[in-house]
Design a protein around this ligand. Structure first.
Ligand SMILES: [Zn+2]
Length: 239
C-alpha cells in the first residue's frame, strides 16, 4: 500500500485533526496547542493562531519561523507560549511535532516529587520516568508560569533533553514526537497513565514497567500509531 503524502499540505491537514482529537479526548481544552514542523522548510513550523484547539480550522494555521518565533507573513495573534515550540524545534532537529498541554492527570506529578512512570504498556515511551521543569530556576520566583520568552523556551528544551516529554511544575507538560500521530498518541497516553498511576499508588506499592519492557512496548506501539489515529478521526467525523 502506498504511504500517504507527508508534504506540508498533509501536515497542515493533520494538524487540524490533531487539535480536534486532543480536544475531544480532554488533553487540551480552551488552552494548550499542537504544532508540526514544515517538511519543505525545516526551520519553520505550523501552528494555529491563538485559538482554542477545538475551534481550529485550516484557515487558522500559521507558518512560524522557529528562529524568530514570529509568523512568516502577516501579523496573526500567536499563542503566548509559542516559544515552547520554537525552542524545541531548534534544539531537536529530529522532532517533527510538539504538543503543549495542561491535562489534569499530569499535574500531580509536576508538583509532588512523585515521578511519572509507565504503569502499563501503552505508556512505555515514558521510559524510566519524566523530568520536571522548575520555572523558578530559569525565570525566578515571580513569573506568571508561562513560557513566554525565548530564554524560558530554551531552558525548557534543555530540561526536555533528548526525551519524549517534560513536565512543567504547576503548569502542565510538553511532549514531542517524530510525527503528529506519535505526539498525539503520547499526549493521550501520558494523561491516561498519570490517572492510572495516581490510582495505583493509592492501592499500594506499584510495579512499573522496567526499562527493557518500556522500550519494547514503545517500539511495538510506534508501529501501530495509525490504528488509534484512525479511530479518533472517525469519532470526530461522527459528530
Ligand atoms: Zn501552558
Amino acid at each position: 500500500m502506498a504511504q500517504p503524502a507527508d508534504d506540508d499540505a498533509a501536515r497542515k491537514a493533520d494538524l487540524v485533526m490533531a487539535n480536534h482529537i486532543l480536544a475531544d479526548l480532554g488533553v487540551v481544552d480552551g488552552f494548550g496547542h499542537a504544532s508540526v514542523r514544515s517538511a519543505a522548510n525545516p526551520g519553520h513550523f505550523f501552528i494555529s493562531r491563538s485559538l482554542a484547539p477545538e475551534l481550529v480550522s485550516g484557515a487558522d494555521v500559521v507558518e512560524v519561523d522557529a528562529a524568530t518565533c514570529e509568523a512568516v507573513s502577516g501579523q496573526p495573534r500567536l499563542y503566548l507560549e509559542r516559544f515552547i515550540h520554537c525552542a524545541v524545534y531548534q534544539a531537536r532537529p529530529e522532532v517533527q511535532a510538539v504538543v503543549h498541554n495542561h491535562s489534569p492527570g499530569l499535574i500531580p506529578f509536576g508538583v509532588s516529587g512523585q515521578v511519572l512512570r509507565p504503569v502499563y504498556h501503552m505508556a512505555g515511551f515514558l521510559g524510566a520516568g519524566v523530568p520536571v521543569f522548575e520555572i523558578r530556576s530559569a525565570g525566578g520566583a515571580g513569573t506568571d508560569m508561562l513560557i513566554r520568552s525565548a530564554p524560558l523556551g530554551a531552558a525548557l528544551a534543555r530540561r526536555l533533553g533528548s526525551g519524549p516529554m517534560v513536565l512543567m511544575r504547576g503548569h502542565g507538560a510538553t511532549i514531542v514526537g517524530s510525527s503528529l500521530r506519535q505526539v498525539v498518541y503520547r499526549a493521550v497516553y501520558a494523561e491516561r497513565n498519570g490517572a492510572l498511576q495516581a490510582e495505583a499508588m493509592k492501592l499500594g506499592p506499584v510495579t512499573y514497567l522496567n526499562p527493557a519492557e518500556a522500550l519494547g512496548a514503545a517500539r511495538t506501539n510506534d508501529e501501530q500509531l495509525d490504528r488509534p489515529w484512525q479511530l479518533w478521526v472517525s469519532h470526530l467525523k461522527q459528530r
